[in-house]
Unconditional design. Structure first.
Length: 241
């Protein structure tokens, strides 16, 4: 089954963009996933191809019309989840990315201007998603982020099936730090434990650093991680030096 992505946007020329390169681009060329960028303006009904209007009640900016967005969305058919990239959505988490990557694909709505007429969310089953607590000029960049996160998890896309298992967020923790040659650089040396060849000690060091870094850098993740853990006997890999 090919992961099929459809992006509804006012700027279809922005796709595939960076997704046409590196592992995502190779996977696209190999047919492991597909991408269709649809111009929302194609569903406008007037000669000016109008897709927005002034906000009801007054205010700055313009709002994407629900009738035009619905027409673009309805033309895509059913069977795939619909996600709207908007700062009012729920934060995108790795668990949700895994769910999407395991499915048939996604239809992604890219907002512009002041956003969408709220009635589109009342009338259609749409999941509102944000990639962070900041404002972008449009949903296209966020859609690229979402698709990149999904595509790399598709079967055969990453070189090694296990290469993503210990990465940040996969276990609820930030990933441990990495080192490589040269052994010494500007007076800094690779930690001795990583040069010891003792796999049990290396695993324990990596787990400890992942926990310490998460606690210090992302206390919000640490609180969720601790809250999700259950009391259990320490396994050998959990033991401290």
């Amino acid at each position: 089954m090919t992961f099929a992505a459809t992006v509804l946007t006012l700027y279809p020329e922005m796709f595939p963009g960076p997704l046409g390169h590196a592992i995502a681009g190779r996977a696209l060329a190999e047919g492991r996933w597909s991408l269709d960028a649809v111009n929302i303006r194609d569903f406008a009904t007037d000669r000016h191809r109008t897709v927005d209007d002034t906000p009801a009640g007054g205010g700055a900016g313009m709002v994407l019309r629900a009738d035009i967005v619905a027409a673009a969305l309805d033309a895509q058919g059913a069977g795939r989840p619909v996600l709207a990239m908007t700062p009012r959505g729920r934060p995108l988490r790795q668990a949700r990315v895994r769910e999407l990557a395991a499915g048939p694909g996604a239809i992604i709505l890219c907002g512009r201007f002041e956003g969408f007429d709220e009635r589109i969310f009342e009338a259609r089953a749409i999941e509102e998603v944000t990639i962070g607590d900041y404002i972008l000029s449009g949903g296209e960049t966020a859609a690229l982020v979402l698709l990149d996160a999904c595509v790399r998890l598709l079967p055969g896309v990453m070189g090694a099936a296990s290469s993503g298992i210990e990465e940040s967020y996969e276990s609820g923790l930030l990933e441990y730090p990495h080192y490589t040659r040269p052994q010494q650089w500007e007076g800094r040396t690779i930690p001795e434990v990583l040069r010891s060849g003792d796999h049990a000690k290396i695993a324990a060091w990596r787990q400890r650093r992942a926990e310490d870094d998460t606690r210090l850098r992302r206390p919000d993740l640490w609180e969720r991680h601790v809250g999700a853990r259950v009391d259990r006997p320490l396994a050998r890999s959990d033991e401290r030096d």
